[in-house]
Design a protein around this ligand. Structure first.
Ligand code: ATP
Length: 610
């Protein structure tokens, strides 16, 4: 109480107690009593949900008094009506929005209990013992589940928030915005908010901490995502609890082909995070300990289960991260030189396939078990830039030209700066970007691309390992996700399970990784006549006809690739390209490693023509 108030209180007291003071009169101020009633009314309305069980008890009691006085014989009908209503609620014909069994059972039990009491009170009178006590204890018993029910409480919170939104919006700088619709879900509630003309979703994104403060939520509870259909709307999600508070257990590979999307984890609404890695390069970024290796493990565990993929790995941390997958990796490079060789061979495969595709008149390599995709996994790409500069040129080439021929990169790094990625275009070629927690806000744009932070991709606010944001053609909103957690034991079990049955690289791609060599080295001793005849054919009809003839004339144990190179005068990749094409068409068979002949059926010689 301040000094002025104290002084006026003293004066008032003096006036009231002095002898010449006017007689004290209690004046009922109508205006104030009206305000009081209004305030009580407002309070009752505000807490109407909490007061519902008490109101129901009071109405039932009142109905009992009236019915006993007017229709005491109606009790059988009341009983029957309440039983029918309970059955209808249980069946879901009444109160349809109660979509859970527990909720329907509660509503049915309350209806039949209230009906039973009302029937008894109608017949016997409300005051007949133990009816008053039953009404009191019944109201309390029905009230407990009601008051503690999470969904009801959440619904009430949403209701109040919608009403308070104009005030909140004004104080957080989104004046004029309105909540258009709101729903309660398992973890909190979500709403669609319309913005005042001229405001954008970027304004809402930049005010997320203010929205959290305005709504009185915990930090990190609010998500703002653009509405794809309207620039003047956004989706607001408030998470009362963090759905990703606990690690998400991995349940096994979700893909059996590189053409299938891979399930990486779950979004906050419990829907799975699925993304395709077919003909796409991928970048995984995040600080140390954010869970990059964990995400790589999920991807590798899925790709290991796909027989139409060959996996190569580069791990310049001495193989620490990728060695557990060694059984499933066709190649693993752990030194700078090995990494450069591996990427150079990757470019070789790419070129070999590109040549074969152009010969077949096709544009893309369709992965199959005979002609698998090649995925090159690079753990900590920055090490590559530091230690194996030569390798960066090859990586760049693969990033730019590898998609069509299904030779792709999957790179993980802490900060994909220009320096860490090499001064090449690798980062800009990454179609799938997965951002775990980053240290600085600007790192969001480094991993996900320019402008993503401003668009609401707040990866700097992710607060646990394995939490991530995914940007891919099929994931274009900043939805928070958590990757499955694969334990070390699961990694070794998965590698052990799929390792022995991994598909080898196709012969054409293999040949493209080998240095050009003299075909004479492993050539068979073939008669001079054949070579001479082949030379003639080659000169007249071209190398393909010579190849077909040599395959037709091949002995039962086939002809070596070196011979085929000699008779056609063409390189290894060209020969393998044709052989693979004929093999896919069922026209030639690989008799043993590196030996081929045309297919012969039922002992007859099936000759091939071009
Ligand atoms: N999806 C996940 N769910 C829960 N915990 C996880 C998840 N992924 C990783 N972790 C935890 O975080 C720790 C660090 O993960 P991880 O080694 O994958 O991080 P990293 O980013 O690869 O780190 P570094 O850059 O140092 O290699 C792990 O030991 C694991 O306990």
């Amino acid at each position: 109480m301040n000094r002025t108030t104290r002084r006026s209180t003293r004066r008032l007291r003096k006036q009231l107690t002095s002898r010449d003071a006017p007689p004290f009169m209690l004046v009922v101020n109508d205006r104030h009593s009206g305000e009081l009633l209004e305030a009580v009314g407002r309070l009752l309305f505000r807490y109407r949900s909490e007061l519902a069980p008490i109101a129901l008890g009071l109405w039932t009691g009142l109905a009992g008094i009236i019915l006993h006085a007017t229709h005491p014989g109606a009790w059988p009908w009341i009983l029957l009506g309440s039983l029918v209503a309970s059955g209808a609620v249980l069946k879901g014909w009444l109160l349809r929005r109660l979509d859970r069994v527990e909720e329907r059972v509660y509503a049915a039990a309350t209806t039949s209990a209230a009906g039973g009491w009302l029937a008894s009170a109608t017949a016997l009178g409300v005051s007949r013992l133990p009816l008053p006590w039953l009404l009191l204890t019944g109201t309390a018993a029905a009230g407990v589940p009601w008051w503690t029910h999470r969904r009801r409480r959440a619904r009430v919170t949403v209701d109040r928030t919608i009403r308070a939104w104009p005030e909140v919006a004004e104080s957080i700088g989104l004046m004029g915005s309105q909540i258009v619709s709101a729903t309660v879900d398992a973890w909190g509630w979500r709403a669609r908010v319309s913005l005042r003309r001229g405001q954008t979703v970027a304004d809402a994104v930049s005010r997320v901490p203010a929205i959290e403060s305005g709504l009185g939520t915990r930090r990190g509870a609010v998500r703002v995502t653009p509405d794809e259909t309207r620039a003047d709307r956004f989706a607001l999600r408030v998470l009362a609890r963090d759905p990703h508070a606990e690690p998400v257990v991995w349940t096994g590979p979700s893909a059996v082909s590189i053409c299938d999307p891979i399930e990486l984890g779950v979004y906050e609404d419990a829907s799975p995070v699925r993304v395709s890695f077919l003909r796409r390069h991928a970048l995984i970024g995040g600080i140390a300990g954010s869970g990059k290796s964990g995400v790589l493990n999920v991807i590798l565990a899925n790709l290991a289960a796909c027989p139409d993929v060959v996996l190569w790995g580069i791990d310049l941390k001495g193989g620490m991260e990728l060695r557990p997958w060694a059984a499933c990796l066709d190649r693993l490079a752990t030194t700078a030189q090995e990494a450069a060789d591996l990427l150079r061979d990757g470019v070789g495969v790419l070129d070999g396939r590109a040549g074969a595709l152009s010969h077949r008149g096709l544009r893309v390599w369709e992965p199959s078990t005979l002609e698998p995709a090649l995925v090159i996994v690079v753990d900590e790409y920055a090490e590559l830039a530091e230690e194996a500069q030569d390798a960066l040129g090859y990586a760049d080439s693969i990033a730019r030209r590898g998609r069509a021929v299904a030779v792709t990169l999957l790179a993980a790094t802490q900060r994909p700066t220009q320096q860490a990625m090499g001064k090449k275009a690798v980062r800009s070629q990454m179609d799938v970007r997965l951002c775990l927690r980053v240290r600085e806000r600007r790192d969001v744009d480094l991993v996900l691309g320019q402008g993503m932070l401003a668009a609401g991709w707040a990866a700097h606010a992710l607060d646990a390992p394995g939490k991530f944001l995914l940007s891919a053609p099929e994931a274009n909103t900043p939805q928070h996700a958590r990757a499955y957690l694969i334990t070390d034991a699961e990694v070794s079990a998965t590698a052990g399970r799929y390792g022995p049955t991994r598909t080898p690289l196709d012969a054409l791609s293999q040949s493209a990784t080998q240095p050009p060599e003299d075909p004479g080295e492993d050539a068979d001793v073939i008669d001079a006549e054949l070579v001479e005849a082949a030379d003639e054919v080659t000169a007249e009809a071209g190398p393909e006809t010579a190849l077909l003839q040599a395959l037709n004339d091949a002995p039962l144990d086939g002809r070596s690739v070196a011979d085929l190179m000699r008779v056609t005068g063409m390189g290894r990749t060209w020969v393998y390209g044709r052989l693979q094409e004929y093999a896919a068409a069922g026209r030639v068979v690989q008799v043993s490693r590196g030996r081929w002949r045309s297919r012969r059926e039922r002992g007859t010689e099936a000759t091939m023509t071009g």
